[in-house]
Structure formats: C-alpha cells, structure tokens
Design a protein around this ligand. Structure first.
Ligand code: MTE
Ligand code: MO
Length: 205
C-alpha cells in the first residue's frame, strides 16, 4: 500500500505546485531525481582537474580544484525543469555563484554570450546576462550532500530558469563570446534559449 501512498503524495504535491504556478506547462512533478545525460560518467582526479575561463577576456584564467573550492560559497534553493517533462522542486544547491567566478576575469566589450564547457566535449550556450542571475551557480553539493558523480559531481552548473540541459554536469570552464555559438543539445535540435515557461523545447518552437 506504500506505493499508493507515494503516488497519492505525488499527485497532491503536483496539484499544489500547479496551483502555486511553479510547474511550467507540459511538466509533471517528480519526487525522485532522475539521472539524464549523454555518454558516460567521467572519472574525477582532483590533481588533474582544472577550470578554465577563456575567449573574450583580457586574460584567460585557470583554476585548480583547490583554488576553485577556496572561492566564496553560497547556498541557493531552486526548481529544476527537464525538457523530457519532469520537474524537481526545491533543490538545495551549494557552490560558487557564476558572478563570483566571473570576477576572476575582465570580459572584453561585446562579450555577451557564453559557451559552458564540460567533460567529454559537452557544451551548452547561455547568454551572459542569464548567468548573472543571483541563483545561477557552479554547485558541488545538493540537498546537503556532495554532488554524486552521476548528477555531475564534482561540479555542475545550475541555471534554474532554463531547461536543465543548460545545467552542464562535470563543468570544466566556460568561454566568453561576442557571437552566440550553439552547444551540444542546441546543435541537435533543442531550442537555442530554452525557457520552460514558454515551452521552448526544440528549435523552431
Ligand atoms: N555534461 C552533461 N551535462 C548535462 C547533460 C549531458 O548530457 N551532459 N544533460 C542535461 C540534461 S538534458 C538534464 S535533464 C540534466 C539532468 O541532470 P541530472 O541527471 O542530475 O538530473 O543534466 C544536463 N546536463
Ligand atoms: Mo533534460
């Protein structure tokens, strides 16, 4: 009977989330946390890991794992919407705000676009202005526990107001650009921007 109990809870919570306007159109609520990515989970070696900021900056920057962990840390709570139609609410993330990382470089004029770079060549494009929001961060903790490797540990980007493919797992840096360059899923048919509230799922939608 526990199963019916769980289903009942989920439906109730989904109704509530809808009523509160927290569920974008076409999304359903999940209480679990699905694992979704292309390719395999990369191995993490703190001695070899680095984080690189490149492109349209006065001077490129490289941080070691130790240096990245020493940056000021913040906790934010946000909702997570996957284009495959599940949403997970109230995720508690801890990490380093994008704005904090950006302080380490001097962007050139016209650097309005970002290509986020992750392990194994995964990329995601996001306008710089979107990454400056106060709840966008590179996270290494979720709900009080270290981010599991399958969820992007040791470090993932979290961009709550866009579909979750923008929230690159296994992030290793980003490139500032003066022209938009499409990321991995965006080149494969997903929307260049990906606003879940406008259901910008696929390019042309
Ligand atoms: N590096 C990388 N990050 C990725 C992906 C991926 O394929 N590779 N998939 C994205 C998609 S489509 C989603 S829904 C979320 C899923 O995150 P989760 O597995 O932690 O739920 O990760 C995003 N980040
Ligand atoms: Mo997704």
């Amino acid at each position: 009977m526990a199963l019916f109990g769980e289903l009942g809870d989920r439906r109730e919570l989904e109704k509530k989330a809808k009523a509160e306007g927290r569920l974008p159109p076409g999304q359903s609520l999940t209480l679990k946390w699905p694992v979704l990515h292309y390719g395999s989970v990369p191995a993490f070696d703190p001695a070899k890991w680095d984080f690189k900021i490149s492109g349209q900056v006065e001077e490129p920057k490289r941080l070691t794992w130790e240096e990245f962990r020493a940056l000021p840390q913040t906790e934010v709570t946000s909702d997570f919407h996957c284009v495959t139609r599940w949403s997970r609410l109230d995720n508690r993330w801890k990490g380093v705000l994008f704005t904090e990382v950006l302080k380490l470089v001097k962007p050139k004029r016209g650097a309005e676009f970002v290509l986020v770079l992750a392990e194994e060549g995964y990329t995601a494009n996001v306008p710089l202005a979107d990454l400056l929001r106060p709840n966008v961060l590179f996270a290494f903790e979720h709900d009080g526990a270290p981010l599991a490797p399958e969820h992007g540990g040791p470090l993932r980007l979290v961009v709550p107001h866009l579909y979750a493919w923008k929230s690159a797992k296994w992030a290793r840096g980003f490139m500032l650009l003066d022209q938009e360059r499409l990321g991995f899923w965006e080149r494969n048919g997903y929307h260049a921007y990906g606003d879940p509230w406008k259901e910008q799922r696929y390019s042309g939608s």
